[in-house]
Design a binder for this molecule. Structure first.
Ligand code: DX5
Ligand code: ZN
Length: 221
């Protein structure tokens, strides 16, 4: 089986018991913690900052943490999230005044760097920075909230992004975020994704392990 990663989005976890719930979803087979940062400016919602990430590290979470910045401006938060223990940091290119500089800043702080594309954002932003990217994250919903439905047109965009990655010969992950469920993850993988964010599909179920193993079974099949 290809090296697929399941990244539970703790946006849908129990915030009153965040450490415990995060540990539980990892024990159930989650590979990477997806950490959604919303600023009530770039997106109309407000979530968590570097202090919360540090608290998870202090609690004993050692899995990679994938910080999805839905903030504007971007750069000020990068050093803080790196110091708090982020593994990946991704941001939306239209929220950064200097995309190349933001990517370099992430790498300079020892994290893996990535760009996030909203459903209507062109992949052209990749043109001159591909060599500074470790992950391409395609949004399959408009960012801001969990529990929305997968936008089907994203499958074509995934195929396009997969072609760009394969043609480059670079080692770049293709991540998908929004509306990922057991019943569409197979088609999403077939379109080229290899890292899958899922929030409500996992945390909305009482047995995290059964959802994650169903997802992995779909990926293997
Ligand atoms: C949405 C966030 C997602 C969200 C996904 O803006 O970026 O990571 O948690 O949630 P589901 O899987 O419920 O669509
Ligand atoms: Zn996200």
């Amino acid at each position: 089986m290809k090296n697929f990663l399941i990244a539970p989005s703790i946006l849908s976890a129990d915030f009153a018991r965040l450490g415990e719930d995060t540990a539980r979803v990892l024990a159930a087979g989650g590979d990477v913690v997806h950490f959604d940062v919303m600023d009530n400016h770039y997106v109309p919602n407000l979530t968590m900052g570097p202090m919360v990430l540090k608290a998870l590290r202090d609690y004993g979470i050692t899995a990679p943490i994938d910080v999805h910045l839905m903030v504007k401006p971007v750069d000020r938060l990068i050093p803080d999230f790196a110091a708090a223990g982020a593994s990946y940091i991704t941001f939306h290119p239209e929220a950064s005044a200097h995309v190349d500089r933001s990517l370099q800043l992430i790498r300079d702080h020892g994290c893996k760097a990535g760009l996030v594309f909203n459903p209507a954002t062109s992949l052209n932003y990749l043109d001159y920075v591909l060599d500074k990217i470790d992950v391409i994250l395609l949004m399959s919903v408009n960012p801001g909230f969990g529990g929305q439905s997968f936008i089907p047109g994203t499958l074509d965009k995934l195929r396009q992004a997969r072609r760009i990655i394969d043609d480059s010969g670079l080692d770049i992950r293709l991540e998908i975020d929004g509306g990922v469920k057991v019943d569409n993850i197979g088609a999403i993988a077939a379109a080229g994704a290899d890292m899958f964010v899922a929030g409500s599909a996992i945390f909305g179920h009482e047995n995290y392990q059964s959802v994650i193993s169903d997802m992995k079974r779909e990926l293997a099949g």
